[in-house]
Design a protein around this ligand. Sequence first.
Ligand SMILES: Cc1cc2nc3c(=O)[nH]c(=O)nc-3n(C[C@H](O)[C@H](O)[C@H](O)COP(=O)(O)O)c2cc1C
Length: 186
Amino acid sequence: MKTRSGLVDLPLAKVFTCIEQGPVLLVTTRDGRKNNVMTITWSSVLDFTGHFCIVTGSWNYSCRALLKNSECVVAIPPATMLETAVDIGMCSGADTDKFRRFGLTALKAQEVKAPLLGECLANIECRVSDYVTAHNIFVLAAVKAWINPACSDHRIAHAIGDGTFTIDGERVNLRSRMAEKIPDGV
Ligand SMILES: Cc1cc2nc3c(=O)[nH]c(=O)nc-3n(C[C@H](O)[C@H](O)[C@H](O)COP(=O)(O)O)c2cc1C
């Protein structure tokens, strides 16, 4: 695995600003000696301190690693990676080495064994803090987060859920109308 040189710290207090946008996510896990990655579009912020949740269940190979190791990396791909992100979500680590198949760059994380994704805009190292089995909800606690300044495309993709997607367009700043304490985002 390569080193993560070039990545910059993202304070945990800003992690929610990555997830609140409802981005297409890539979730990496490491099961023993094998890295895997899946696509997730069902997610939600839970607080301002780096807790958020993703929805996935035992039908995915990644679920076993999440339950076994209680950790993962949640990465935000740039819009230019959208087609790859969809393809990643259409095959399984059960029979495919997705890092090899999609030419993904695995970087060593700081706090977890799952790899960071070198192509992504942001990487959030997480521990599983709860699993709500009735709804297949993994509650994640961010323990370390990174921004990738080398990523030139800052647009994020969002799933509608019917096979169509939107890609970030204009960003509007209404901070002056909101609470003074609202933190800066990414
Ligand atoms: C656009 C897209 C979004 C997806 N979102 C989710 C999701 O939110 N939750 C989920 O469990 N699976 C989701 N999937 C399906 C998984 O990514 C897919 O089952 C994946 O191949 C599982 O990989 P694994 O078996 O290696 O864990 C999505 C797939 C695509 C293409």
